[in-house]
Design a protein around this ligand. Structure first.
Ligand code: NDP
Length: 251
């Protein structure tokens, strides 16, 4: 991959549903994009994804990182610096659900969601922040959720973790505002990826009926928002949140 003079963008969970669309969009925008997958035993699958992307015309690099683990993030950052270069743009997109009502939620369900969806934002961003400050340029976009904004039955873990991203975003945005670095969140509504398709069909139908636009969103519609926020000329937008939810939650 030739990344001369291109901005380097890291997309965690880049091989997933929304992640793939973000990687494709940022590649089209002229960036050198690195997609991460979560575990070494998923390497073959990730390489297969990479080949498919290449066939579609998207030249995307790969990195392996468990975003919930600080040491794994540190190793991945060193590997990326050696193989590719300095990361200018971080899209903290990796995320999981482990749904249950609070009454039945196990400690492990709470911990894993907080670790993967919230600790990850610290673990990943921390690796690249010094470099961004030195170069006086950076873009950080955290993919939150409509369920951080409105809460969701059966998701105290997910809603809390995603809501935590907003506090992180607003605090860090203030800390680095004079360093050429912006930090923002995007809050998708229900997007047609495997995460949503895993929901029981009858429940899914009820959710779809609550969306004023009358359909689930497409991953490309989230990628569009990310593309906007990471652009060089979006430098006055920081500490903000952009909702993309088909009108399901407005404020
Ligand atoms: P997917 O399940 O398709 O993708 C999730 C990605 O996260 C996968 O690529 C997965 O990698 C990665 N991931 C999971 N755990 C880890 C980990 N420990 N370390 C590194 N990577 C990890 O989900 P979506 O594309 O739908 O979701 C993307 C983001 O958007 C998530 O943060 C989600 O919460 C958020 N979101 C999604 C909505 C939706 O309706 N789909 C709505 C609102 C927010 P791997 O496969 O290699 O394990």
């Amino acid at each position: 991959m030739d990344n001369n003079d291109k901005k380097i963008a890291l997309v965690t969970g880049g091989t997933g549903g929304i992640g793939t669309a973000i990687c494709q969009r940022l590649t089209t925008d002229g960036m050198c994009v690195i997609a991460t997958y979560s575990r070494a035993d998923k390497k073959d699958q990730a390489e297969q994804w990479q080949t498919e992307q290449k066939e579609l015309g998207f030249d995307i690099a790969l990195g392996c990182v468990n975003v919930g683990d600080f040491n794994s993030c540190e190793l991945a950052a060193k590997d990326i610096a050696n193989r590719i270069g300095e990361v200018d743009i971080i899209v903290n997109n990796a995320g999981i659900t482990r749904d249950s009502v609070m009454k039945k939620m196990a400690v492990g369900q709470w911990d894993s969601v907080l670790q993967t969806n919230l600790n990850s934002v610290f673990n990943v961003t921390k690796q690249f922040l010094d470099g961004m400050i030195t170069r006086q340029y950076g873009r950080v976009v955290n993919i939150s959720s409509i369920n951080a904004q409105k809460g969701q039955f059966g998701q105290v873990n997910y809603s809390a973790a995603k809501a935590g991203m907003h506090g992180f975003t607003k605090a860090l945005a203030q800390e680095v505002a004079r360093k050429g670095i912006t930090v923002n969140t995007v809050s998708p509504g229900y997007i047609a990826t495997s995460m949503i398709m895993a929901i029981e069909e009858s429940v899914r139908d009820k959710i779809e009926a609550q969306i004023p636009i009358g359909r689930f969103g497409q991953p490309e519609e989230i990628a569009r928002v990310v593309s906007f926020l990471v652009a060089e000329d979006a430098g006055f937008i920081t500490g903000s949140n952009i909702s993309a939810n088909g009108g399901q939650h407005m404020f």
